[in-house]
Design a protein around this ligand. Structure first.
Ligand code: A3P
Ligand code: MG
Ligand code: MG
Length: 366
């Protein structure tokens, strides 16, 4: 067992390690039935929602994605196969994973409460990392088993508010006068969270080059033609209205996750829908992702430091590259409140289910 010390985190303080601006290299969509497509059919555009809307409306007709199956890295790998076939060039990186895994790693110095478990395997000079599905299911269950305060909305209803807010804020095409009917109908639309547009980007932190895939919620205007990145992505979030200092502290902690999530895919703007305790949309706030760390620093509570997260990630990934060097399947684990991230080999050979058969066959072709 090898371990990487998280504490003292101050050794990661200071100006940040080099970062590469994320660049979209490919994308895919899940449709309304969560079927995979190598196109941008689920791309959506932002148009502000009506304030005063009730986010609970339609909860009883919510078409909720059943995410109990383990999808591993399959959609990401299928997108990479297609990219390599089209371009005739191998998509190389030190780390290939979902954005969610990188978010957990990057938040580690300031998140003591949430542990994580991942599976990793080395293949042709890249380390592929997936979430350990059993751990995900267990932690979700533990969270749901926690008693909610009497009279407080259920976890399920609160999760619905997030998707309802998306439905109220999205359009299938850029605005034109014919969008009016659509916009007016949004409040009565059935909320369905099966569809997603996922962006696959090339990026880097410190010496580690990465290819990461993750969902983006919407476009602000249009996607630039050709390779003229960056793209004006928008991330949508809801948050409880801030009433006192404790709420403010909670919000600042949430901003850490919002910032990391958007930073990793190069999403420049986050729209926050503030809601009342019982789910009425009250106001919108637009945040520029790049300003969030300074904004939090200025508040002076010292809840988190963006540069420190970047430096921690750069060191950790460097160490990971030197640690996961042999065959087989490895576990990357951080237990709740643990001062270390542990890495150990779980299977001596093969790639477990981290890599799909299609991907291994594609990469092993003559
Ligand atoms: P909010 O973020 O507004 O709460 P994302 O923000 O990543 O686009 O996710 C969209 C919505 O999915 C969230 O809206 C929330 O409702 C739900 N969601 C995402 N991750 C979740 C989690 N770990 N637990 C519960 N709900 C989650
Ligand atoms: Mg989303
Ligand atoms: Mg969102």
């Amino acid at each position: 067992m090898d371990s990487f010390a998280i504490h003292p985190v101050n050794r990661f303080a200071g100006s940040s390690a080099a970062i590469r601006r994320p660049k979209e290299i490919a994308y895919f969509s899940y449709d309304d039935e969560h079927k995979f497509h190598l196109d941008e059919r689920s791309l959506r555009y932002y148009y502000p929602p009506r304030l005063g809307a009730d986010l609970s409306k339609g909860f009883n007709t919510f078409q909720q994605l059943n995410d109990t199956a383990d999808d591993h890295l399959d959609s990401l790998l299928n997108t990479i196969i297609d990219l390599e076939r089209r371009t005739g060039t191998k998509c190389t990186a030190d780390i290939i994973t979902w954005r969610g895994m990188m978010t957990k790693i990057m938040a580690t110095p300031f998140d003591n409460m949430n542990g994580f478990e991942m599976n990793a395997t080395r293949f042709q000079d890249s380390i592929f990392i997936e979430e350990n599905h059993e751990h995900k299911i267990e932690s979700k269950k533990a969270q749901q088993d926690q008693p909610s305060r009497p009279g407080a909305p259920s976890q399920d209803l609160m999760a619905y508010w997030g998707y309802k807010f998306e439905t109220l804020s999205l359009m299938p095409d850029q605005w034109d006068p014919t969008s009016r009917d659509f916009i007016e109908g949004r409040e009565d639309m059935v909320v369905n969270n099966h569809a997603q547009y996922c962006s696959v980007v090339k990026t880097g932190i410190g010496k580690a080059k990465m290819v990461i895939g993750g969902e983006v919620d919407a476009l602000w205007d249009c996607k630039p033609d050709g390779k003229d990145n960056p793209i004006n992505w928008v991330e949508l979030k809801t948050s409880a209205e801030i009433e006192n200092d404790k709420d403010n502290m909670k919000y600042e902690r949430k901003l850490l996750k919002f910032w990391i999530q958007s930073f990793l895919l190069g999403v420049p703007k986050i729209i926050i829908g503030f809601r009342s305790k019982n789910g009425i949309l009250q106001r919108l706030e637009e945040l520029e992702t790049k300003n969030i760390p300074t904004m939090v620093k200025k508040q002076g509570r010292g809840t988190w430091d963006g540069n420190l997260c970047i430096n921690f990630t750069a060191s950790f990934l460097d160490w990971l590259k030197q640690t996961i060097i042999g065959e087989g399947v490895w576990r990357i684990r951080r237990r709740q409140r643990s001062p270390v991230v542990e890495v150990f080999r779980k299977e001596e050979s093969g790639h477990g289910d981290v890599l799909s058969r299609d991907f291994v066959e594609w990469r092993s072709r003559e």
